[in-house]
Design a protein around this ligand. Structure first.
Ligand code: SAM
Length: 292
């Protein structure tokens, strides 16, 4: 999860009062696993000040009170949105899609059903990239064997993912055959936009899910993508999460993480295959280390 990407806050951001950064830091850690390091005070202040101003509150302390009092979780989701970024792209980290097409999908091709989970799907580019690869590898009909679950903590990101409207420059990220097959081009007021065709959009199940909370209801997965989400979680949080992912993988199932995220020093019980690629031990699809 690239976090607070701007090098400097806007000049008008007020400094945090003593204790405020700690309060935000605890809340962010306890509720969504974010490891806010010391030194980020000015940036946190810049990000939250805008929300404080928009709500007409006198300061960040009042804002934190409001977040805690809001039982709907809506303001907490806004806080998370303010502190994190949903940056993503189609075919980001293409090595994972190469493995998906070359190794994973051939082994799943004969199955009547299987599930792939995009955990931390942001605005949808990741699950749609998965979907289009599955369609290319298995064909449109056989691709319906896949249940594609896409979750994120951010309702704002999920709304954008479900709407699936992107600037048409994003077509440059894709193979030449994809735009016509999978997208509609906007006209009139929507000129310059593209939208995933409805028959493809409806194949993705989008759900809000905080990875810090129980997800034992998620049925067993053949592949879990959780990329660029854990990068700012501390090690104990990462370890707990990867162990819980391992429980949601079927034997031989794959966990794909971001290439800047290592699981070094973490006990998780998965087999290391190559950087950013792990597998649940056992199962008919074993032997990845030998074949990759
Ligand atoms: C940078 S995006 C990564 C998107 C995509 N996986 C990729 O690699 O391009 C990180 C996403 O993780 C989500 N996220 C952060 N903390 C989360 C949590 N505790 N539970 C679920 N999603 C979370 C953010 O809302 C954001 O959309």
């Amino acid at each position: 999860m690239p976090f607070l990407p701007h090098p400097a806050p806007p000049a008008e951001a007020p400094a945090l009062r003593p204790g405020e950064f700690e309060a935000i830091r605890h809340m962010a850690h306890d509720t969504f696993g974010l490891d806010l390091r010391t030194g980020k005070e000015a940036l946190v202040s810049a990000r939250l000040s805008k929300r404080v101003r928009d709500l007409g509150l006198p300061d960040i302390s009042h804002y934190l009170d409001l977040v805690q009092a809001d039982r709907t979780g809506v303001e907490l989701a806004r806080l998370i949105d303010a502190l994190t970024t949903n940056f993503t792209s189609f075919l980001r980290e293409p090595q994972h899609f190469e493995i998906l097409s070359a190794k994973v999908l051939p082994a799943l091709a004969g199955r009547p059903s299987f599930q792939i989970w995009s955990a931390g799907c942001a605005t949808g580019e990741e699950p749609y990239s998965i979907l289009f690869h599955v369609a290319e590898a298995l064909g449109e009909q056989r691709a319906s064997a896949m249940k594609l679950l896409a979750t994120d903590i951010s309702t704002r990101a999920l709304d954008a993912a479900a709407a699936a409207i992107y600037p048409d420059q994003r077509l440059r990220e894709m193979p030449p055959s994809w735009p016509k097959r999978y997208f509609q081009r906007g006209t009139g007021a929507s000129l310059g936009s593209i939208r995933v065709r409805p028959e493809w959009r409806q194949r993705v199940t989008f759900q809000r899910l905080n990875l810090m909370e129980d997800f034992s209801h998620v049925s067993k997965c053949s592949v879990i993508f959780c990329r660029n989400v854990m990068i700012y979680f501390d090690k104990p949080t990462q370890e707990r999460l990867v162990r819980r992912f391992a429980e949601r993988l079927e034997p031989g199932g794959w966990l794909l993480i971001g290439h800047s995220e290592g699981l070094m020093g973490i006990q998780h019980g998965l087999e290391y295959v190559r950087p950013a690629v792990y597998r649940h031990p056992g199962g008919a699809q074993g032997g990845a280390k030998r074949t990759l």
